[in-house]
Ligand binder design. Structure first.
Ligand code: AKB
Length: 321
């Protein structure tokens, strides 16, 4: 079996996907690649690591050849809020980086690239509840435009170039992170747990009734691995699957936390940039194509996620003290 390369391994998903892939395929089989952000200790200790700047085509080719890569999970990305502030970097990583990865993969005979998209691939004209898999997209953020480019490019390589590219439109992901996230629009749903455990309060940057599709990390990892392993012959879509698990508002998430931590308080200081982005995204998703074509099924609802997050975050923050 050829090795798996994970780009963006220091990011929110990479931190959890790398250990999950190593457990499934063997530690030595999964190469974790980071660039600017240091890789977490658990990723460094668990198997091979390397530095890859995805804006540099030559570095990707060298890495594929050096490690004998057969599958790439391309996670390097500049998230929605940060890409609006740093357009040049957003363009280089989200557009040029993906193109480089696909071209390098094709040139080096890589079998498969999994490149997640996002709910950001939809925009203000998209039907919002539930958003169909195939519908009007027209996003109005640079990150979203790059995600649509990635979906179209992935479908093009799959159907015209002969490189198997797969992707799913991930909702906001909730996970037990080492550090507070800053670059995304859905980050409040992670930051709220840091606040709830440390100070029993949190100031939210989205309005209380902003409903967004969300998913707990174990489901996101399952979705990525299940899609990567799905039978190609059954796929009608390739790089553009909706995947849903739950949808909630900040007020509903705060309510669920308050049931477990009665003293928890939340107030609001709205960030107009992130609120405008959230208001252009779906409120819920129709994921019947993913269910039909590769058997997608989520395992966590909001209550299950909140119980597990509080438990894991408590342990993580206690250890850090
Ligand atoms: C973000 O908020 O930018 C991401 C996403 C939904 O793609 N979490």
């Amino acid at each position: 079996m050829k090795r798996i390369l994970v780009t963006g391994a220091a990011g929110q998903i990479g931190q959890d996907l790398v250990p999950a892939l190593r457990e499934r395929y063997g530690s030595d089989m999964v190469v974790a690649a980071g660039h600017r952000k240091p890789l977490p200790g658990s990723v460094i200790r668990g198997g091979p690591t390397t530095a890859v700047d995805v804006t540099d085509y030559g570095q990707i080719v060298d890495t594929i050849r050096k490690y004998g890569i057969g599958t790439i999970h391309h996670l390097s990305t500049i998230l929605s809020a940060l890409a609006e502030q740093e357009r040049q970097r957003g363009h280089e990583v989200n557009i040029n980086g993906l193109y480089n990865v696909l071209e390098a993969a094709h040139a080096c005979g890589v079998e498969r690239v999994v490149a997640p998209s996002s709910i950001a691939a939809f925009g203000p004209e998209t039907p919002r509840e539930p958003t169909p898999n195939d519908t009007i997209q027209k996003p109005n953020t640079l990150y979203g435009i790059a995600k649509v480019f990635g979906e179209l490019l992935g479908n093009y390589y799959s159907t015209k170039v002969g490189l198997d590219v797969r992707g799913l439109r991930l909702p906001g992901i909730v996970s037990c992170m080492d550090q507070e996230p800053t670059a995304g629009t859905t980050d409040y749903a992670v930051l709220i747990f840091f606040g709830a455990i440390r100070e029993k309060r949190y100031t939210c940057f989205l309005k209380p009734d902003t409903r967004l599709p969300m998913m707990y990390m174990p489901d996101a990892i399952k979705a990525i691995i299940d899609l990567a392993e799905a039978d190609f012959a059954r796929l009608r879509h390739h790089a553009d699957f909706n995947v849903a698990a739950m949808s909630f508002t900040p007020a509903e998430l705060a309510g669920a936390i308050r049931k477990r931590i009665p003293e928890f308080e939340m107030d609001y200081e709205i960030d107009p940039l992130r609120q405008a982005i959230a208001d252009s995204w779906p409120r819920s998703l129709d994921d019947s194509a993913a269910r039909r074509e590769w058997g997608w099924e989520p395992g966590y609802d909001m209550d299950g996620m909140v119980d597990d997050m509080l438990d894991k975050m408590r342990k993580k923050l206690q250890k850090a003290d």
